[in-house]
Design a protein around this ligand. Structure first.
Ligand SMILES: Nc1ncnc2c1ncn2[C@@H]1O[C@H](COP(=O)(O)OP(=O)(O)OP(=O)(O)O)[C@@H](O)[C@H]1O
Length: 290
């Protein structure tokens, strides 16, 4: 396993943000899912060596996270959730700067890496423009590029697709899928489709605890026999909302078809359905699993 996390604990003053995290992560794309405030960014900051922790042990490619912090930093690329870039630089200048900081000192090698990454995140046309003129999505793509500079073995991406339009999200997914063949990539997201096609393994975190770890298929299976399609007259909308965990709803004439999570089979016009990863996630988060 490339990343071994055992018994990890972290508190901010008296608030325990990570309770007892055990995760072993190998090569490929690993998805970190969880609602707001679950502890995902805290975990990613710790793995990126920028946040100290209280208890537990973490090794990255057999290097001790704390005692061998310098070695670990050479192996990783990190995109923080809130990525601030010096806006007076152009995108290209910024990537050259990051490459120098990461020890890519050979000019030819640096040029080739920067040009390739600018292409891959679709910023080649804006490479010589000042970052202050970039849109939010363009800054995010520049953030993704800087995390990939120096070809790090471990890539940590905290909500990389936030603010990306659908075509850029697809481009990102393809890039990550390609990289996942021979890198370890840890990616946190709220968007299940980001991990649906290319993630083999995921962890679901809530309130600083790992509620689920395993394959995406196994996560979907968590909702077997607890996800239902329930059709009710529109007048019963509020009642269904009060009684069940709702995944989605659609209006059909004067009726509403709900996709809901329920341990018991609901009364009325109802049919069990094949669960998706999103259903599994909702079942785990709400403690309503098979
Ligand atoms: N510097 C801090 N001081 C105090 N509490 C903090 C600090 N940073 C995070 N927290 C708290 O720790 C918990 C976990 O936060 P974290 O940012 O890791 O969650 P997250 O899963 O990344 O959330 P989101 O999806 O909203 O980004 C939250 O309750 C948050 O309020």
């Amino acid at each position: 396993m490339s990343i071994k996390i055992d018994g990890l604990q972290k508190s901010y003053r008296s608030f325990q943000a990570l309770k007892n995290i055990d995760l072993h992560i190998g090569t490929g794309l690993f998805g970190l899912l969880g609602p707001n405030g679950a502890g995902k960014s805290t975990l990613m900051k710790i793995l990126s060596t920028i946040l100290p922790f209280d208890k537990g042990s973490v090794t990255i490619y057999d290097h001790h996270l704390v005692k061998e912090g310098d070695k670990v930093r050479q192996l990783l690329g990190y995109l923080p959730q809130h990525f601030n870039v010096p806006t007076q630089f152009t995108g290209k200048e910024f990537l050259h700067y990051v490459a120098s900081m990461k020890g890519v000192t050979n000019q030819q090698e640096r040029n080739s890496q920067v040009e390739k990454l600018l292409e891959e995140v679709n910023l080649a046309a804006q490479a010589n423009k000042k970052i202050k003129g970039y849109s939010g999505g363009m800054k995010r793509r520049l953030g993704i590029a800087q995390a990939l500079i120096g070809n790090p073995k471990l890539i940590i991406l905290d909500e990389p697709t936030a603010g990306l339009d659908p075509s850029e999200r697809i481009r990102f997914r393809n890039l990550i899928e390609k990289l996942s063949k021979d890198h370890s990539i840890i990616l946190s997201t709220h968007i299940i489709s980001d991990i649906e096609s290319s993630c083999e393994n995921v962890a679901v975190i809530n309130h600083g605890e790992v509620l689920f770890k395993g394959s995406t298929e196994a996560l979907a299976e968590k909702a077997i026999n607890v996800v239902w399609e329930l059709t009710v007259p529109f007048s019963e909308y509020d009642q269904v909302e009060r009684e069940y965990v709702i995944i989605s709803s659609r209006k059909e004439k004067d009726q509403v078809v709900f996709r809901i999570i329920s341990k018991e089979k609901p009364q009325g016009e109802v049919s069990p359905i094949q669960p998706t990863i999103e259903d599994g996630y909702m079942a785990v988060i709400n403690g309503v699993t098979a």
